[in-house]
Design a binder for this molecule. Structure first.
Ligand code: NAD
Length: 253
C-alpha cells in the first residue's frame, strides 16, 4: 500500500479523501491548521517550510502521491489569505515534494474548482502564475473575494497544465479535480446565513443532477486519479460538479 501526503485533511472534502484512502489501506500524512499529523499554517512561508520539513521527515522513502486540498473560501475576512493558501500553499508544496514524488513515480491531485473558468482579474492571475505572492496579496486587498477565489483556482489549474510535461518527464502525473458546490463546513457556513439561503437554493436547482456534491463524490474522483486505473491520465482537469460546467460552457473543454 502507498504513502500519501495531503493538506486540508481535517474537515470537508479533505477529510473524505483521507478516509477513502485510509480505508483502502494507504498511509496518510496530513497537514492542516490543527488536529493533523503536521500542524502548519500554509498561508505563510514559514508554515509551508514547516509542512515540507514535517512531510520529508515522515516520508523519507518517497511519496506515492500528494493531494493539495487546503483552501479558504471567497468569503474569508482576510482576503490575502485566498492567494496565499489556495495557490501558494498548494504549488509550493508540490514543488518542495517533487523529489520525494519522483522517487516513487507518484501522482499529484490539486483541488481546483468549477469556478476556475469564471471571470476574475487577469492581472491577479498573472501575479500568481509569476510566483509573486506579495503582488497577489496587494491586489487581494481591494478585489472581490469571489473573484480572488476563482482566480486562485484558475491559476492552480493553469500551473498544473504548464508543469505537466516537466513533471511527467520524472514519472509524476499532475492532475486536478474541479469540484462544484459541495456540502462541507466551507459552504454550510454561508448556507446557514438567511441572506444567502434563496440564492443558494436557486443555484442548487440549476445543477443538472439536481443536488449538491458530497465530500465522498470528490474523494472517489481523487482516489481514481491517484490510482493505477488512471495511469495514462496526466494534465487533466476533472470537473466533478453534477454537470454544471458543461451546462454553463457547453462549447469549451
Ligand atoms: P473546508 O473548510 O471544510 O476544508 C478546508 C481545509 O483547509 C480545512 O481543514 C482547513 O483547516 C484547511 N485550511 C484552511 N486554511 C489553512 C491554512 N492556512 N493552513 C492549513 N490548512 C488550512 O472546505 P472544503 O469545502 O472541504 O474545501 C476543500 C477544498 O475544496 C478547498 O481547496 C476548496 O477551495 C475546494 N472546493 C470546495 C468546494 C465546495 O463547494 N465545498 C467547491 C470547489 C472547490
Amino acid at each position: 500500500m502507498g504513502t500519501y501526503a495531503m493538506t486540508g485533511g481535517a474537515t470537508g472534502i479533505g477529510a473524505a479523501i483521507r478516509k477513502h484512502l485510509e480505508n483502502a489501506g494507504h498511509r496518510l500524512i496530513v497537514v492542516d491548521l490543527k488536529d493533523a499529523d503536521i500542524n502548519a499554517d500554509l498561508s505563510s512561508e514559514a508554515g509551508r517550510a514547516e509542512a515540507l520539513n514535517g512531510i520529508k521527515s515522515q516520508a523519507g522513502e518517497g511519496l506515492d502521491g500528494f493531494i493539495a486540498c487546503a483552501g479558504v473560501s471567497g468569503s474569508v475576512p482576510v482576503k490575502p489569505l485566498i492567494p496565499s493558501v489556495n495557490y501558494f500553499g498548494a504549488v509550493e508544496l508540490v514543488e518542495g515534494l517533487r523529489e520525494l514524488l519522483a522517487a516513487r513515480r507518484g501522482s499529484v491531485v490539486l483541488i481546483s474548482s468549477n469556478s476556475a473558468p469564471m471571470d476574475t482579474r487577469a492581472d491577479y492571475v498573472d501575479t500568481l502564475l509569476a510566483g509573486d505572492e506579495a503582488a497577489a496579496r496587494t491586489v487581494a486587498e481591494d478585489t472581490d473575494g469571489h473573484a480572488l477565489y476563482s482566480g486562485s483556482k484558475q491559476a492552480l489549474a493553469r500551473w498544473m497544465r504548464r508543469n505537466t510535461q516537466a513533471y511527467a518527464a520524472e514519472g509524476i502525473r499532475l492532475n486536478a479535480v474541479a469540484p462544484g458546490y459541495t456540502r462541507t463546513p466551507m459552504t454550510e457556513a454561508v448556507a446557514k446565513d438567511p441572506a444567502y439561503a434563496d440564492a443558494i437554493q436557486q443555484f442548487l436547482d440549476s445543477i443538472p443532477l439536481k443536488r449538491a456534491g458530497e465530500p465522498e463524490d470528490m474523494a472517489k474522483a481523487v482516489s481514481y486519479l491517484l490510482s493505477d486505473d488512471a495511469s495514462f491520465v496526466c494534465g487533466s482537469v476533472l470537473f466533478v460538479d453534477g454537470g454544471h460546467d458543461a451546462m454553463l460552457r457547453p462549447d469549451s473543454f
